[in-house]
Every structure is written in structure tokens, then in C-alpha cells.
Design a protein around this ligand. Structure first.
Ligand code: PEP
Ligand code: MG
Length: 759
């Protein structure tokens, strides 16, 4: 069964569109199960019916014309129950519904399984037999397994059709949209540009090329560059190779020759495709062919082709990157957003981002927020490759992306954009005012930064310090570790820009969803693995060069404090402090007038909430990382869009732990701050203030919204609200409590004023 499934899926994956996918499917299943009929019905949401999309066995004329409502027929029953239905006497079933066009009266046995993707029934896969017999358990298991594997392929093919303005059954779809999760607030309307991860053949779309001759020349140049690389590699490792391995290198070189793969690609370019698309098409066809062969050795050759073509693609992309022209306002759309992609678009031209992967709590979403870019994350089946150059409306508040909007739709959103601009102007008016409650309690609002642009925006917004400089961000934008001198320059910029206000620099927090391309970490559970301080403890040389750079950068400013991430053992604090002291001593001896900065500890691993006493003894201040604390407390991967609905720092258990930490840190007389995204949520900021947090550190975008909230409430009100919030039983109850009690306060009040002003 596995072999059959594998070969069906390989064929299906190579299909060019939805119709081709479904045709392959019904043909292969009919064959595999030796049934008379195999059909597939898909739900067309625009008409609310299951449309017969492909069939082997039923009258071909019925395909695309016959459809069933969810309450109609056995197909509707499978969809309604979201379970298989297996019958040996279908016509006797009360839900049997005869459709004359299909001429299915002769088929008595019926097995239908739902095609389910992300908990939604996309359609129903049906096999039918003439004679009265139940399909056996093996047939059922086969169909269920196939359907589960097919669901994402069908969903993606449907989305691609939708991007071209069609529903699954080919009806015109005005205002197509795709849902994800809100990543960063704001609405923007602009042209989409697709950004690909380097050298990934599977995501390259076809695109027409303007100058065919130049494109062929460009492709041949890249091909030659790979040939040179392989020849060099062959020479370099000559002595270590056995003769048969040397032959493999010759085979690679042959594959790359003008008469083999190269010729096929050139022929597709001649037909008008651009080089990347032509290469991806040729590569995919060969990979599929090899992968479907029932022979281990030949199947392995698929990997060789993939590797070779990826090398050529890398050159095509690198050389093209230099000449790419970006529109003056563009929205980056991609499969998985990375920090490097954010930096790829020239300054001032990037206005929003959409990522098919990731969630609101992913580090890149946090970075987008810090840069003030509206973002939508985790858009399942987002056909980003098809949407390059299309006009897009990005609604970062609701996590929705509209493509090729109609005039009415565009106008509607332009109105929202205008309202937002007005609101921002309203907020600007409180920029210079203190963050103080109505009864005179003062809270400090600091910012989280990663890039120098954040620093400049933060200062404009009236931030009172930097509560978290994520030092790994500049590391992520490079191709090798920065030297101590390079780091010193980066850190000095931050310290200088904020001087005399304090700047909290966190030591390198890589791992998890923050990889460095030049320091790959491969783990099954990266968030539970080698992350943050753990890497620093194993690489004291990296840690030392980083803290030396921080200390050198602070000479003359003395506004540095150092923060340690991912602490889960007190020993990590001791060792880090010892290394920082050593760096300070050595620098002093080298003639630099460096002072020992305050050292803070992040509480983001739940266990540390029970060791506050040990932490405060060893540190000058504590900063709660509510993003990771929530992820670890709730066992919800912050980066996984599937479970993003379960991630909430307003969960009562999270609130209770935060409250406990706050009580103990403040009782010890140490400064307490929070630098997770929770601080930037105006409603949550009220609770944090009531718990006793002295400093709320957040993305610059939300700073004035939080200030508007705190200036509109008393500390006494906030404390009463906290008492109630801590008693709630689940997140929903906390959220509705806050909605109810903070109705018309802060930003909510300003928003109302803006709306009323427009009437
Ligand atoms: C946190 O975990 O809350 C935090 C601030 O660190 P990061 O988001 O960078 O992991
Ligand atoms: Mg963290």
C-alpha cells in the first residue's frame, strides 16, 4: 500500500493545476482499488455545494455540472459527518439521492471518505462498485490515508485557482482573500513582491521573460559557474574519492552540459519562460520521474538532480538580486519570512509582509512589529508564488490578505487607512507627556529593538530606554559572525542614539526560530534545545567577544546594562557574570575605561519562577520574557500557526505566574521589567502595572497606544481589575473581562473620537 500511495502522491505533486491533480487522483484510485467508479467532489464555498470535479466511471458530461448541497445525498452525508460512509446497498439508504446525469443507478456499493484540511471538509472522495459488497477495511484505510495526504495538495491547488480569481469549480471569484493570523497591526494597499528562500526549486513560479536572448545568456553563465564549482570540488577532494565516486562527478558535469539538462532549460526559455521557472520545471519533471521509480539506487538520483539544479538556481537568484527593481511601495510575500528578507527591500519601500508560515509570536513577526510594518502570518495554502506583482490589501488587524481587489474594496480599505493615519496623529499628541495614571502612578515605557531603524523610530515615539536590544538580529543579517570590532560599532550606535537613557543589551539568543545561516543547528526540538545562554555557555569565546564589544562600546556613555536570555539554571548566571567580570578586568588592563554594567536575568523558563529568590541574589534586575514563558507554560510552539489560537499570555495560569514573579522581585527591592510582546498590549499593560512592573518594554509601534491606556485609568482601578483577572478560569473569560472593563478607555476612546469626528 505504501508504494502505491507514494507513487500516486509523486504523480499528483507534479500536476500543474487542480483539474490535473484530480484527474490523476481518480484514475490512480480506480486502478489501485479495481473499482468501477472513482469520483471526487469539492466544496465550492461561493455556492455552498459539493461539485463533482472529476470522475472515472460516471458520465463525463456530469463533471463540473453536477453538485450536491451538504444535506443532499450520500456525498453530503460524508461531508456532514466528516467520517467515511461504507455501504453495500447504497440505493436503500435514506440519504441516497439519485442524480440522472451521472447514470450511477447501477452502482450499489459506496465508499465515501471526507477530504479534510485544517479541520475543514474540502470535499469527498468516492469509490463505487456495481455488485453489492462492502468495501473491505483495507480499501477504507487506503482511501482515508490517501485523502489525508491529498488534502494539503488539493487545498494549495484551490488557492492557486483562487489567486487567479476562480473558485474550485471555475466560477469567477470577485475579491478573493486568504486568511492567516494577525502578525502586526495596520492596513496597507500595495504591490506584492514574492521573495523566495534561496535555492528552493519547489516554490519558483513560471513567469514570462522579456528578452529571451539575454535570459539564455544569463542562464548559460550561471550553468558555467556551477560547472566550474564542481570541477574545483572534484580536484579538491580527488585523493579522498574512490573511482566510482569520481565517475559520479563526471556524471554531474555531463548532466549540466549543454546537451542534457541545460538544453531542456534553454528550450523552455525559448518558449518564453524566465530562466528560474524553466529550470524549476525541468528539475521537477526529472525529480518526479526518478522518485517514482521502484529502485532505491535510481530514486537516489532524484536527490542528485535536485542538488545540481539548486546550485544553478542559487547563482540565478544571487545574480538577479543585484538587478531586481522594487516598486516604490511593496508588500513582501513569502513562504517563511526571515530577518534577511526584511532587509532585502531598499529602505522606505517595504510597507507590509505576509508569510505563509509562522505566527504572531514568531521572532520575524516581532521584528516586523518593531519596524512598524503591518503583517499577516501563517496563511495556510498561500499561493505566494502566483501573486508576484499583484495588488494586495493587507489587513494586519484581522490577519487577512485580499488579492486583486475591486474598486469598492479598495475604497473601503483606503477609508480605514485614512482613519488610522488620523489616529496616529491623535496619539502623537501624548508623545511628550509622562506615562502616568490618573492618580499619579508613574510607569516607564521602554522599547525593544533589533535594528538601528527601530532605535530612531523609538526615540521619535518618546521611549524612555531600551529594555531589550535583540543582539542576534544584526547577527542574522550577515554571512559570518561579526568580529569584536564590528560588534562594537553596532552596539555603540545603539548606546549613542539613546544616551543618556539606559540600553539593555541581551547576549546572543540564537537557536529556536532564530537560526544563523552560517552556524546551523539541527535539532528535533529547537525550542527545547540549544538556545540562548546554552549556546553561549558552550562557546565562551563567542560570549566573551560579544560582552567585550558591549563594554568597549559603552566607554564614555555608561548607559549599558546586560541581560541574560533563557536562564534555566542559576549556574548559568554565575558563569556569565564571572565571564563578564573577566572581560571588564581584561579591558581595563588593556587601557579601556570600562565600568561593570548592571546584569539582569530573563525569566522566560517557567522553572525560574520558583527560583526568584536565587535569581535576585545574583542579579541587578529581572526582565520577564513573556513570549517564551507563555510558550513553555502552555506547551504551545510560538512559531506554529496550527496552535496559535492556544497561545495567549492572558491565560490565567500565565497571569498568576507573572504576578508571583512580580511579588517576589519587588519584595526583594529589585527593578522589574517585562520585554515580551505582552507589554505592548494596552489591556495587558494595565494588569502588568497593577502587578508592580516598573518598566514595560515593547515594540515602538505600540508604545503610544499603551501610554494612552495608562493615562486614562487609575492605579486603583487597575489593581481591582487584576484581582478579578487572576480569578478567571480561562483565557476567554479574562479577555471578556478586559473588554468589558476597559470599554471606551485609552485607544478605544480615541478611536471612537476619530470616528465621531468623521461623521
Ligand atoms: C520573550 O521570550 O518574551 C522575549 C522577549 O524574548 P524573544 O521574544 O526574543 O525570545
Ligand atoms: Mg525569549
Amino acid at each position: 500500500m505504501l508504494q502505491i500511495l507514494h507513487s500516486i502522491m509523486t504523480e499528483v505533486n507534479g500536476a500543474r493545476d487542480l483539474a490535473a491533480t484530480l484527474d490523476i487522483l481518480v484514475r490512480s484510485v480506480q486502478n489501485a482499488l479495481a473499482t468501477r467508479v472513482c469520483s471526487v467532489y469539492l466544496l465550492d464555498r461561493s455556492i455552498g455545494r459539493y461539485v463533482l470535479m472529476a470522475s472515472q466511471g460516471l458520465d463525463a458530461a456530469a463533471v463540473g455540472r453536477v453538485s450536491l448541497a451538504p444535506q443532499e445525498g450520500l456525498v453530503g452525508l460524508v461531508a456532514q459527518r466528516a467520517e467515511p460512509v461504507n455501504l453495500d446497498n447504497a440505493s436503500a439508504h435514506p440519504r441516497y439521492h439519485y442524480i440522472p446525469e451521472t447514470r450511477e443507478e447501477e452502482y450499489e456499493s459506496f465508499l465515501g471518505v471526507p477530504v479534510i484540511h485544517h479541520a475543514q471538509v474540502l470535499g469527498v472522495l468516492v469509490v463505487q462498485q456495481k455488485e453489492r459488497r462492502k468495501f473491505n477495511a483495507e480499501d477504507e484505510a487506503f482511501l482515508i490515508t490517501l485523502s489525508a495526504q491529498l488534502a494539503p495538495v488539493i487545498a494549495l491547488a484551490e488557492s492557486k485557482g483562487m489567486a487567479q480569481g476562480f473558485t474550485p469549480s471555475g466560477k469567477r471569484n470577485r475579491n478573493p482573500y486568504f486568511d492567516g493570523v494577525p502578525g502586526a497591526p495596520g492596513v496597507v494597499i500595495a504591490q506584492a513582491i514574492t521573495v523566495f528562500p534561496p535555492a528552493d526549486l519547489s516554490v519558483i513560479p513560471n513567469r514570462s521573460c522579456v528578452d529571451i536572448k539575454a535570459e539564455i545568456k544569463f542562464f548559460n553563465g550561471c550553468l558555467e559557474a556551477v560547472r566550474v564549482d564542481i570541477n574545483e570540488l572534484k580536484i579538491k577532494i580527488k585523493g579522498q574519492l574512490r573511482p566510482e565516486e569520481r565517475e559520479l562527478f563526471d556524471a554531474y558535469l555531463h548532466m549540466l552540459s549543454d546537451s542534457a539538462l541545460g538544453a531542456e532549460v534553454v528550450s523552455l526559455i525559448e518558449q518564453g519562460n524566465w530562466a528560474q521557472g524553466a529550470l524549476a520545471q525541468v528539475a521537477q519533471a526529472h525529480i518526479n520521474n526518478f522518485a517514482s521509480i521502484n529502485d532505491d539506487y535510481l530514486r537516489e538520483r532524484a536527490t542528485d538532480i535536485k542538488d545540481l539544479c539548486s546550485r544553478v538556481l542559487y547563482y540565478l537568484q544571487e545574480k538577479q538580486k543585484k538587478t531586481r527593481v522594487y516598486p516604490p511601495r511593496c508588500i513582501v510575500i513569502c513562504e517563511e519570512l526571515s530577518a534577511a528578507m526584511l532587509a532585502e527591500v531598499p529602505k522606505g519601500q517595504l510597507v507590509g509582509v505576509v508569510s505563509a508560515e509562522g505566527s504572531a509570536h514568531s521572532h520575524v513577526a516581532i521584528l516586523a512589529r518593531a519596524m512598524g510594518l503591518p503583517a499577516v502570518m501563517g496563511v495556510a495554502n498561500f499561493p505566494f508564488a502566483e501573486l508576484d506583482g499583484h495588488e494586495v490589501i493587507l489587513d494586519g488587524h484581522n490577519g487577512r490578505v485580499y488579492t486583486d481587489p475591486t474598486d469598492e474594496m479598495r475604497q473601503r480599505f483606503q477609508e480605514i487607512v485614512r482613519e488610522e493615519v488620523q489616529l496616529t496623529e491623535e496619539l502623537e499628541s501624548i508623545k511628550e507627556l509622562p506615562c502616568e495614571t490618573l492618580d499619579g502612578h508613574r510607569v516607564q515605557l521602554w522599547v525593544n529593538t533589533g535594528l538601528l531603524t527601530d532605535v530612531l523610530r523609538s526615540r521619535e515615539r518618546g521611549a524612555e530606554g531600551i529594555g531589550l536590544f535583540r543582539t542576534e538580529v544584526p547577527f542574522m543579517l550577515r554571512e559570518s559572525f561579526p568580529t569584536e570590532t564590528e560588534q562594537t560599532a553596532i552596539y555603540r550606535d545603539q548606546l549613542e542614539a539613546f544616551h543618556p537613557k539606559m540600553v539593555t543589551m541581551r547576549t546572543l539568543d540564537i537557536g529556536g526560530d532564530k537560526p544563523l545561516s552560517y552556524f546551523p543547528i539541527k535539532e528535533d526540538n529547537p525550542f527545547l534545545g540549544w538556545r540562548g545562554i546554552r549556546v553561549s555557555m558552550d562557546h565562551p569565546e563567542l560570549f566573551l567577544s560579544q560582552v567585550r564589544a558591549m563594554l568597549r562600546a559603552s566607554v564614555g556613555f555608561n548607559n549599558l546594562q546586560i541581560l541574560l536570555p533563557m536562564i534555566s539554571q542559576v549556574g548559568e548566571i554565575d558563569t556569565s557574570t564571572m565571564l563578564i567580570r573577566r572581560a571588564q578586568r581584561e579591558l581595563f588592563e588593556e587601557g579601556h575605561a570600562v565600568q561593570m554594567p548592571p546584569i539582569g536575568v530573563m525569566i522566560e523558563v517557567p522553572a525560574m519562577a520558583w527560583q526568584v529568590a536565587e535569581i535576585v541574589k545574583r542579579s541587578d534586575f529581572v526582565s520577564v520574557g513573556s513570549n517564551d514563558l507563555t510558550q513553555y507554560m502552555l506547551a504551545v510552539d510560538r512559531n506554529n500557526p496550527r496552535v496559535t489560537n492556544l497561545f495567549s499570555n492572558l491565560h490565567p495560569a500565565v497571569l498568576r505566574v507573572m504576578n508571583k514573579i512580580a511579588e517576589e522581585v519587588t519584595a526583594a527591592g529589585k527593578k522589574l521589567s517585562i520585554c515580551g510582546e505582552m507589554a505592548g498590549n494596552p489591556a495587558a499593560s494595565v494588569l502588568l502595572m497593577a502587578m508592580g512592573f516598573d518598566i514595560l518594554s515593547m515594540n515602538a509601534t505600540n508604545l503610544l497606544k499603551v501610554k494612552a491606556m495608562i493615562r486614562d485609568i487609575t492605579l486603583a482601578q487597575a489593581k481591582a481589575l487584576l484581582v478579578q483577572a487572576l480569578q478567571q478560569e480561562d483565557t476567554e473569560a479574562v479577555v471578556s473581562l478586559l473588554d468589558r472593563e476597559l470599554h471606551g478607555v485609552g485607544l478605544d476612546r480615541l478611536r471612537r473620537e476619530v470616528r465621531e469626528g468623521q461623521d
